[in-house]
Write a protein that binds this ligand. Structure first.
Ligand code: C2E
Ligand code: CA
Ligand code: CA
Length: 677
């Protein structure tokens, strides 16, 4: 599919391409840049030259984009991708960009090319454009980069001056100044005790129980809030202030580990600590020796994580230090494995106990066959070398099951638990001691519905890119894991595969109606229990009734506010869960007995609802009806429409071969009484 006017990529293709390119960025020796280009005052062009003239200008801009990127593509043997979004805006993705300066050079070439006069049938047109650019960082997401590029472009619009602007966040302030302020603030933070550690559990894929935690650094910066490592560790490393910060991390994690081991001797967990390259170059071993004595911790309970890049930056030096650390008793792990071009030749010379599969590969599982192959080969490599393997960044049940099947030993990721405070880890450890597994277990023992340590997943099925983008942003910031599909058939396939907690479903999809998708989901064995929230462009009453009839849990009319959307999804998921907690898992035993009796005596195998002949929802409706509730009350309590209830009821009657509730009741009571005798 191409843009019919310019022949450029569609946004969908562009987006997919960006995602693939980003998932393949490894060491970031060269970068990916996304440019957002906006033609200035395009409406004047339309006014002055008519729509044909406008189209001709867009065609020519598209052409010039292609030609001006050719040089870069040739130099780097890459292929830039261009797409047109929203009339007069374009997005460009370039790979192999060395640094921001190189991106600036590309932007200048592009802007110069666009600014050349354009010959039209009715004369010559001159247009200018503005550019915003975003450069990939590690783990950048396409969505986020596009938004950043557009924000930068927007910013370029507000900066006074001629027609051409190039803007990046780095260019806003001289970089060095920002850096040195940050480094100063970090030095101060050490003194002012602004750092803290959070801990993310790792579970065994054999037992599902917690086996270790990774200490992750957070900076509580007064007036700013929690600052994540990605925002300060790079500057800490390049300035060297990571050395004292790293020492603080080691001391704090050792201290915490000692407390846990004393308090929860039945839950022996490893504490993993990230150690940076700079620490390796500056007296790591003597520092660690002192800390061992100071905290009295047993080195065998600590795992030190070193990235592949650290090792490769000075192989011989690192091997020497690793040997010394091993001799002290530490467990050693290679972090972000698969991203640093390890030479296998060195790998077997190192005293490594564990490989951590980088989360970019885990994220690619299911989607890309390459990721699957990489994960499989890391696992088999580890097995050959007698090392253990941890998969990082496990976010979905599907990923968890895949790595389990592949023979991975351990898993870590939002699905299992977000990084949490030491107190919460304490709760996990108590749970561990009593034999509980981590997935799905609520350590605080309260019966709150929302379990924050399991990211719930939402699949957005909508063909409108802007709706998907908005929905993704607000759901992700509300803590959901989000996946997307642009069409009904893909949505169905993804829903079957991923079994998300919630499906946000557009009514008007290009290939099939949202209602049909909804009905199919409700019929699917794996998807029938998902929460379904329908989205529609019209406040159409008929639609609404249809949506509930088709089995939807809620119905939202576009446009929605981000807060409203997240809240509605949240409550729909909670409602449905509450329903299953009373029904699906522990179906009323009396009813169960009754139904079994009916089935047994009729000798009718079809009635075996254990094989899903009655959905959990139908059983719930039946239970309430048998309890003497009226359709209206049941509808209200289950947040369904009365016609949905009636629909379910007639399906139930059909299944039992009766015509009314009274008949059904009579039959069930009689059978139950016979059974009781
Ligand atoms: P890392 O060592 O790869 O740590 C794992 C990171 O992945 C953590 O980010 C964690 O919150 C995040 N994560 C865990 N599960 C998931 C998931 O399911 N999905 C996604 N998307 N992410 C997940 P965090 O805490 O922001 O740390 C980022 C990086 O900063 C760490 O990556 C590590 O390289 C560095 N870092 C953190 N703490 C320290 C420290 O104390 N010392 C040093 N030198 N580096 C640290
Ligand atoms: Ca790590
Ligand atoms: Ca990692």
């Amino acid at each position: 599919m191409r843009d019919p006017l310019t022949g450029l990529s569609t946004y969908e293709n562009f987006f997919e391409h960006a995602q693939t390119a980003l998932s393949q960025v490894r060491a970031l020796a060269s970068l990916i840049a996304i440019f957002s280009i906006d033609v200035d005052h395009f409406h004047y062009v339309n006014e002055d030259y008519g729509h044909d003239g406008g189209d001709a200008v867009l065609l020519s801009v598209a052409d010039r984009l292609r030609t001006s990127l050719r040089q870069h593509d040739n130099d780097t043997s890459t292929v830039s991708t261009i797409c047109r979004v929203g009339g007069d805006e374009f997005l460009v993705l370039c790979e192999g960009v060395l640094d921001p300066a190189a991106a600036a050079a590309i932007a200048t070439v592009v802007l110069d090319a666009i600014a050349m006069p354009i010959t039209l049938r009715s004369g010559q047109a001159m247009v200018t454009a503005r550019i915003g650019v975003a450069m990939a960082e590690r783990y950048s997401e396409a969505q986020q980069m596009i938004v950043e590029a557009e924000t930068a472009q927007d910013h370029a619009r507000t900066v006074a001056g001629g027609g051409q602007h190039f803007f990046t966040v780095e260019l806003r302030e001289p970089r060095e100044q920002v850096q040195s302020d940050l480094v100063e603030a970090m030095r101060h933070a050490l003194v002012a005790d602004e750092f803290r550690l959070v801990y993310q559990p790792t579970i065994s894929l054999t037992t599902n129980r917690i086996v270790g935690v990774e200490a992750l650094l957070r900076w509580e910066r007064p007036g700013i809030g929690t600052v994540m490592p990605a925002e300060f560790i790079p500057a800490a490393e390049s300035s060297g202030v990571i050395v004292p910060i790293g020492e603080w991390v080691l001391r704090e994690a050792f201290r915490q580990a000692a407390i846990w081991h004393q308090r929860y001797p039945k839950s022996p967990v490893h504490v993993s600590i990230n150690v940076s390259a700079r620490q390796f170059q500056t007296g790591l071993v003597p520092t660690i020796r002192e800390l061992l004595i100071e905290t009295g911790i047993d080195a065998h309970t600590i795992c030190l994580e070193v990235t592949e890049t650290t090792i490769m930056s000075d192989i011989e030096g690192t091997i020497g230090i690793l040997d010394e650390l091993k001799a002290l008793g530490f467990k050693l792990s290679i972090d972000d494995f698969g991203t640093g071009y390890s030479s296998l030749e060195y790998l077997h010379r190192m005293p490594i106990d564990e490989l951590k599969i980088d989360r970019s590969f885990v994220a690619g599982l299911g989607g890309s066959t390459v990721s699957g192959a990489i994960v499989a080969s890391i696992i088999s490599l580890a097995q050959t070398m007698n090392q253990e393997v941890v998969a990082e960044g496990v976010e979905t049940r599907d990923q968890l099951e895949r790595i389990r099947t592949m023979g991975c030993d351990f898993a870590q990721g939002y699905l299992i638990s977000h990084p949490v405070s030491s107190v919460e880890i304490g709760n996990y450890l108590v749970a561990h001691a009593t034999g509980q597994t981590l997935i799905g277990f609520n350590p605080s023992g309260s019966d709150e519905k929302f379990k924050p340590w399991i990211a719930e997943s939402v699949l957005i099925v909508d063909d409108a890119t802007d709706v998907r983008m908005l929905a993704r942003m607000c759901l992700a910031s509300a803590g959901f894991t989000v996946t997307e599909a642009a069409a009904g058939a893909t949505g169905l396939a993804m829903a079957r595969q991923l079994t998300p907690d919630c499906i946000l479903l557009d009514v008007g999809l290009p290939d099939m109606s949202g209602m049909d998708v909804c009905r199919e989901l409700r019929e699917g064995l794996t998807t029938k229990e998902c929460t379904i929230v329908m989205l529609t462009g019209h406040a159409d009453r008929v639609d609404k009734a249809d949506a509930f009839l088709a089995g939807a849990d809620d119905y939202i009319v576009k446009p929605f506010t981000p807060r409203d959307l997240a809240a509605r999804v949240r409550s729909a998921v909670d409602r449905r869960r509450a329903m299953f907690e009373t029904v699906g898992r522990h179906v009323d035993t009396a009813l169960l007995e009754m139904l079994r009796t009916v089935r047994d005596q009729d000798g009718d195998e079809d009635l075996d609802f254990d094989d899903d002949n009655l959905s959990s929802r139908q059983i719930e409706i039946l239970r309430r009806m048998l309890g003497g509730q009226r359709v209206k009350d049941v509808a209200q309590e289950l947040f369904l429409s009365q016609s949905t209830i009636r629909n379910h009821l007639s399906a139930i009657y059909q299944r039992f071969g009766v015509r009314s509730q009274t008949e059904l009741l009579k039959m069930l009571r009689k059978r139950a009484a016979e059974q009781a005798q």
